[in-house]
Design a protein around this ligand. Structure first.
Ligand code: NAD
Length: 456
């Protein structure tokens, strides 16, 4: 028996004590998690600064504060979510009552990426705890300082038979995938998502995939251009574009292109300064491999703004490229960096047709004041979720399930969706023993005729 097998066995034993099934246990665990994050807040912010040069403001808003909200939301609603859901019973089942019970899966494996290394590791754990599961977390190896703090924080707060962290890279992840977990929750790239699904298929493990892809942003001629520019600049360049739901590329209506580009330049300068390479608060690129990958895009099209890089510190300026088309390198794959390619359009239908030629995106952002245009884009393109007249903000509402569709993922979480994802819905019919309607039995006289009265 290897160490992961043994660890999982311990978790399953703990799960079968039924402790995690008690609602008060879950609420207490969520509260402990909240207090532990509070305790480690400073250390976490320092770790995020080391790993990605995240500013305190970014670290708090996008990694820590968002989790406080999620934990509080779960605590507030847990009693109501865990109540058996009494549903109707059809006439054919007279005498019985019907319920849906939310049952925890058991021991769940959570595999996390590096771009929001704390938030994306802990947010699924909140759902898993709320639903009554045990968790093994494999955080990203590319943000080792944050992963260490995460490990310390969780192992100090919870016994490992309940929640435990396994640090390591691809081999560790692959070794864990061989174990018979009851649920697999993966956040990361499309290519690794396929590896996860293959591994899950081998054991028929239910799975959620939170993946990425190229998320379009469309600025229509009737958009509020000034606000559009500011919200796009923020959504794209937060975390130096290393956000799964960042606008990947932008289509702007030819009629307003020049005016929009002027506003966009203004907004980027306002938000990130004249010398972004020296901006102490601008997030760095995760490593040299990604830095080189991104730098190769900088020769595409024409550089409207930015383009500067600092390889020693792994910084790339917020960059806007114009005169781009789909054959450019930058349009090949998810960019995941501070580079915004811009294309123009005359006819919105052409944009819709083009987007529909590509894998279904995780997010889509439309800037338009017209309800008709909003409805058209929303219904004619399939994508995970998104915003109208904003970018990335939908992700932080606990009332909105967050997830992809098609190549951008399957399943969702955040708020109630997280609880649902980590719960099996068990349908139970409680039958009466006071009487027994004979209709279903094969020896009833004129049985077929009678049953036809009900099943027609
Ligand atoms: P990644 O897929 O390279 O790695 C994610 C995790 O998988 C890491 O823990 C890593 O150790 C593990 N892993 C990597 N290769 C593996 C392999 N061959 N076998 C088994 N495990 C393996 O992703 P990343 O580079 O850390 O993150 C960036 C990607 O994640 C982007 O595509 C981004 O869009 C996506 N993402 C999606 C969301 C979302 O919520 N949908 C959020 C953040 C990031």
């Amino acid at each position: 028996m290897n160490k992961y097998n043994e660890m999982l066995k311990k978790q399953k034993q703990f799960f079968f004590t039924d402790k995690t099934k008690s609602v008060s246990f879950r609420i207490e665990a969520l509260e402990k998690l909240l207090q532990a994050i509070k305790k480690y807040e400073e250390e976490l912010m320092a770790a995020l600064k080391i790993d990605l040069n995240k500013s305190a403001f970014d670290a708090y808003t996008t990694e820590i504060g968002i989790l406080y909200q999620e934990i509080k939301f779960n605590k507030r609603h847990l009693k109501e979510w865990t109540k058996p859901n009494k549903v109707k019973t059809p006439l054919t089942h007279t005498g019985s009552k019907s319920y849906i019970y939310a049952e925890p899966y058991g021991s769940t494996l959570v595999i996390a990426p590096w771009n929001y290394p704390f938030q994306l590791a802990v947010a699924p754990i909140i759902g898993a705890i709320a639903a009554g599961n045990c968790v093994v977390l494999k955080p990203s190896e590319l943000t080792p300082t944050t992963s260490q703090v995460l490990n310390k924080l969780l192992s100090e707060t919870f016994p490992e038979e309940y929640i435990c962290v396994v640090e390591g890279g691809v081999e560790t992840s692959q070794a864990l995938l061989k174990e018979p977990f009851d649920y697999l929750f993966f956040t990361g790239s499309v290519s690794v998502g396929k590896i996860m699904m293959e591994a899950a298929a081998k054991q028929l493990t239910p799975i959620t995939l939170e993946l990425g892809g190229k998320s379009p942003c469309i600025v229509h001629k009737d958009a509020h251009l000034k606000l559009a520019a500011k919200r796009i600049a923020w959504g794209k360049f937060t975390n130096a574009g290393q956000t799964c739901v960042a606008p990947d590329y932008l289509y702007v209506d030819r009629q307003v292109k020049q005016e929009f580009l002027r506003e966009l330049q203004k907004s980027i300068l306002e938000l990130y300064g004249e010398q972004p390479l020296d901006n102490e608060d601008f997030t760095h690129i995760i490593n040299v491999k990604h830095f080189n990958r991104l730098s190769a895009f900088l020769t595409d099209g024409e550089t409207l703004l930015g383009g500067g890089t600092d390889k020693d510190r792994l910084v790339i300026e917020p960059t806007v490229l114009t005169n781009i088309n789909w054959s450019d390198k930058v349009m090949g794959d998810e960019i995941f960096g501070p580079i915004l390619p811009i294309m123009e359009y005359e006819n919105l239908t052409d944009v819709i047709n083009e987007v529909n030629q590509h894998p279904k995106p995780l997010a889509l952002y439309l800037f338009s004041e017209s309800r008709k245009i909003q409805g058209q884009v929303m219904t004619q393109i399939s994508y995970g979720g998104g915003c109208i007249n904003d970018t990335i903000y939908h992700l932080s509402s606990p009332h909105l399930p967050f997830g992809g569709v098609g190549a951008s993922g399957m399943g969702s979480y955040h708020g109630k969706a997280g609880f649902d994802t980590f719960s099996h819905k068990k349908s139970i019919m409680k039958q009466t023993t006071k009487f027994d309607i004979p209709l279903r039995y094969p020896n009833v006289k004129d049985g077929l005729k009678k049953i036809k009265l009900f099943l027609k």
